[in-house]
Design a protein around this ligand. Structure first.
Ligand SMILES: CCCCC/C=C\C/C=C\C/C=C\C/C=C\C/C=C/C(=O)SCCNC(=O)CCNC(=O)[C@H](O)C(C)(C)COP(=O)(O)OP(=O)(O)OC[C@H]1O[C@@H](n2cnc3c(N)ncnc32)[C@H](O)[C@@H]1OP(=O)(O)O
Ligand SMILES: Cc1cc2nc3c(=O)[nH]c(=O)nc-3n(C[C@H](O)[C@H](O)[C@H](O)COP(=O)(O)OP(=O)(O)OC[C@H]3O[C@@H](n4cnc5c(N)ncnc54)[C@H](O)[C@@H]3O)c2cc1C
Length: 551
C-alpha cells in the first residue's frame, strides 16, 4: 500500500523524489493508518501532525495509548519509512486526517529514530510471516515537504490549501486495494476448491451396497453441493473483479480529467464487492476444509493457512459490516432519486422499475432469477426506507433512525451486491465466450446456473416475500439444482485443473496434480520434529516419573 499511496497522494515533484527510491527498494515502507483505539472511524484517529512555521516542520505526536499506530504490515522490524495518517493542525486549527511520509529508522543502522517508538504487535490468527507493528511518536519532527500534498497543502507560513475536488480523495488507496481484494478472493478460493475437488476424487469412503467398491466422495450429492458452489463462486468473483477493475480504471481516468461524478458509485460498488467477495471466499474456503474431512485439518492440506489468510481480508481494508453500510448510504440516495423521478447510475438503474408495489412474477430462467434478485434487493431497500422514515416520524434524529435500521440496511446492501454480482457473472460469461467452443460455453453456463440456483434456494424466504414464487416452484428449482450437480460431476476435476494452479502455488498434500495424497501426507508427517528420535526426552523427564509415581 506504500507505493500506491505515493502514486495517488503525492504531487508530481514528490513522486519524482520518493517513487524511484521506493520502487528500487532503497527504502521500504508501509501504510500506518489504523490505531490501537480506532480503525473503522478514520475521523477519530488521534495521532497529530502540528505544523511549526519557524522550522518548517511537522511535529508528530501520539498523545494517548490509543493513538499508537497498530497493525501496519512490516512496521515492526522491516520498514524504515511509513505513511502515517494523522490529524493535521496548522495555525491552531485541525483540518482532519492527512497522510505524511515519515522516516522511522536510520537508513544505515536501521535503529529507530529518536522520538519514534516501534515494535511488533504479537502473534495473530494468521499472517504470522508479517511483522505487523505498533508505532508512537514523541515530538518527532518531519520536513514540511513530507506531507503528501496532491490533495491538500500547507504553505511555508502555515496556510492550509485544499486542492482535491472530492472530500474523500485521501481515501483513494483504500478504494484501490478493495478493488484488488476481489481478485485476491477469487484466486484464493480457486486454490481451495482445486485442493478439495482433487482430493474428493481420490478419497473413497463408504459403499452404498455391501458388495460394491467404495465411492469417490466426489460422487456424493452432498459433497457436490459443498464444492460446486465454491467453483462457481471462484468464477463469479474472478469475472466481477475484472469488471470492477474496468469500472475503477474508467473512474480514475475521469478523475484525472477533473470529473468526480462516478466516484460515489465506484465507492459503493468497491465497498460491497470487497465485503461480499472476502466473506464468501472465507466461508467457502472453510467449507472446502469441511469437505476434506480430518485431513483438511492438517496444515499440510494448505487449507487452514488459506482460511487464516483470507478471513483477515473480511476485516482489513474496511470491515464487512462497515462497507455494506457505505453501499446502503448510496442505495438510500438512489431510492430517493427514483421517488424524485431523477435518472439513476448504471448499477442501480434496475431500481427504477422495481417499486411497483406488486410481487415480481416468478420466472426460473437465469434472466428471471437475476430479475428476482433485483426485486429482492429493491423490496428490502423499500422496507428499510419505510422503517427509517417511521423512526424519523417518531421524532428520532436521522442518525438515531439510521442506526436502528442498520440490520435492514445491511440486508438491502447484501441483496443489491448479490444482484450485481449475478448480473455481471452472466453478462461477462456471455461476452467472453462469444468465440468459445460449445463445450466451454456449456460448462461455464452450468457454473453460473449453479450460482443462481444456489443463492435462490438460500433466499427462498425473501423470494416468497418479494416474488410470486410458489412452493411447487421451489420444489422444481431444488430438483433442477440437484440435476445440475450431476451434470457437472464428470467435468469437476477438469474444471479445477483449468484454474491452472501449479503444485508450488497450492502447497497442499491433498491437492497436488498427481493425486498421490497418502504418500504426500506421510512424507509431510515425517517432517514433524517429533519423528526425529524414537523416544522423546519428555518421556524421561515427565512421563516415566509420573508412571512410576515419582512426580
Ligand atoms: C497494491 C498493494 C495491495 C495489494 C492487495 C492485493 C492483494 C492482497 C494480497 C495480499 C495481502 C497482503 C497484505 C495486505 C494486508 C493488509 C493490508 C491492510 C491494510 C489496511 O487495512 S489499511 C486501513 C484500512 N482502513 C479502513 O478501510 C477503514 C474503514 N473506514 C473507512 O473507510 C471510512 O472511515 C468509512 C467508515 C467508510 C467512513 O468514513 P467517514 O470519513 O466517517 O465518512 P462518512 O461520514 O461515513 O461518509 C462521508 C461521505 O464520504 C463517502 N465516502 C466514504 N469513504 C469514501 C471513499 N473511500 N471514497 C469515496 N467516498 C467515500 C461516504 O459514502 C459519504 O458519502 P455521502 O455522499 O453519503 O455523504
Ligand atoms: C491482518 C491485518 C492487517 C492489517 N493491516 C493494516 C495496515 O497495513 N495498515 C493499517 O492502517 N491497518 C491495517 N489493518 C487494520 C484494519 O484496517 C482494521 O482492523 C479494520 O479496518 C477494522 O477496523 P477496527 O479493527 O477498528 O474494527 P472496529 O471498527 O473496532 O470493529 C469492531 C466491530 O465493531 C463493528 N463496528 C464498528 N463501527 C461500527 C459502526 N459504525 N456501525 C456498526 N458496527 C460497527 C464492526 O463491524 C466490527 O464488528 C490490518 C488488520 C488486519 C487484521
Amino acid at each position: 500500500m506504500f507505493v500506491p499511496t505515493l502514486m495517488g497522494q503525492c504531487t508530481p515533484e514528490q513522486q519524482a523524489y520518493w517513487l524511484p527510491r521506493a520502487l528500487d527498494m532503497q527504502i521500504i515502507g508501509t501504510y500506518a493508518q489504523t490505531e490501537l483505539g480506532h480503525g473503522t472511524f478514520i475521523r477519530g484517529l488521534e495521532t497529530t501532525a502540528t505544523y511549526d512555521p519557524e522550522t518548517e516542520t511537522f511535529v508528530m505526536n501520539s498523545p494517548t495509548l490509543t493513538s499508537y499506530k497498530w497493525w501496519a504490515g512490516g512496521l515492526a522490524k522491516t520498514v524504515n519509512y511509513c505513511i502515517v495518517v494523522a490529524q493535521l493542525y496548522t495555525k491552531g486549527v485541525c483540518h482532519g486526517t492527512h497522510p505524511f511520509i515519515v522516516q522511522i529508522r536510520d537508513e544505515e543502522t536501521h535503529m529507530p529514530r529518536p522520538g519514534v517508538k516501534v515494535g511488533d504487535i504479537g502473534p495473530k490468527l494468521g499472517f504470522n510471516t508479517a511483522d505487523n507493528g505498533y508505532l508512537g511518536f514523541d515530538n518527532y519532527r518531519i520536513p514540511r515537504d513530507n506531507m503528501m500534498m496532491k490533495n491538500a497543502q500547507v504553505l511555508k507560513d502555515g496556510t492550509y490549501v485544499k486542492v482535491a475536488r472530492h472530500g474523500k480523495a485521501t481515501y483513494g488507496t483504500m478504494v484501490f486495494v478493495r478493488v484488488l481484494l476481489v481478485n485476491e478472493a477469487a484466486f484464493n478460493l480457486a486454490k481451495a476448491c482445486t485442493i478439495a475437488v482433487r482430493y474428493s476424487a481420490i478419497r473413497r469412503q463408504c459403499s452404498p451396497d455391501s458388495e460394491g467398491s467404495e465411492l469417490q466422495v466426489l460422487d456424493y450429492s452432498t459433497q457436490q453441493h459443498k464444492l460446486f458452489i465454491c467453483i462457481a463462486t471462484a468464477h463469479a468473483l474472478q469475472l466481477n473483479s475484472t469488471w470492477l477493475w474496468k469500472t475503477f480504471s474508467d473512474t480514475l481516468a475521469a478523475i484525472k480529467q477533473g470529473n468526480v461524478d462516478t466516484l460515489p458509485e465506484l465507492h459503493a460498488l468497491s465497498s460491497c464487492l470487497k465485503a461480499l467477495s472476502t466473506a464468501d471466499a472465507a466461508s467457502l474456503i472453510e467449507q472446502c476444509r469441511h469437505a476434506c474431512g480430518g485431513h483438511g485439518y492438517m496444515m499440510s492440506s494448505g487449507l487452514p493457512y488459506l482460511y487464516a489468510f483470507v478471513t483477515a481480508t473480511r476485516t482489513y481494508e474496511g470491515d464487512y459490516t462497515i462497507l455494506l453500510l457505505q453501499t446502503a448510504r448510496f442505495l438510500v440516495k438512489a431510492y430517493e432519486q427514483v421517488e424524485a423521478g431523477k435518472p439513476l447510475t448504471p448499477t442501480v438503474s434496475y431500481l427504477s422499475q422495481a417499486f411497483t408495489g406488486k410481487k415480481l412474477p416468478w420466472d426460473s430462467s437465469p434472466d428471471g432469477i437475476i430479475r428476482a434478485f433485483q426485486a429482492l434487493a429493491a423490496g428490502k431497500l423499500s422496507s428499510t426506507v419505510k422503517s427509517l422514515r417511521k423512526r424519523l416520524e417518531s421524532g428520532l434524529s436521522y442518525e438515531q433512525a439510521w442506526e436502528l435500521s442498520t440490520i435492514q440496511l445491511n440486508g438491502a446492501a447484501e441483496a443489491h451486491c448479490r444482484a450485481v454480482m449475478s448480473q455481471n457473472y452472466k453478462s461477462e460469461i456471455e461476452r467472453l465466450t462469444v468465440n468459445s467452443s460449445p463445450n466451454v460455453k456449456l460448462v461455464l453456463q452450468q457454473l453460473y446456473k449453479v450460482y443462481l440456483y444456489y443463492w435462490a434456494l438460500e433466499r427462498t424466504g425473501d423470494l416468497l416475500l418479494y416474488t410470486s414464487i410458489s412452493e411447487s416452484d421451489i420444489f422444481e428449482l431444488q430438483l433442477r439444482y440437484e440435476g445440475l450437480l450431476k451434470e457437472i460431476r464428470p467435468n469437476a476435476v477438469g474444471i479445477v485443473d483449468a484454474f491452472d494452479l501449479r503444485d508450488e502455488v497450492l502447497h497442499s498434500a491433498l491437492g497436488s496434480y498427481d493425486g498421490n495424497v497418502y504418500e504426500r501426507l506421510m512424507a509431510e508427517a515425517q517432517k514433524s520434529p517429533l519423528n526425529a528420535e524414537p523416544v522423546n526426552q519428555t518421556f524421561h523427564t515427565y512421563l516415566k516419573p509420573m508412571m512410576k509415581g515419582k512426580l
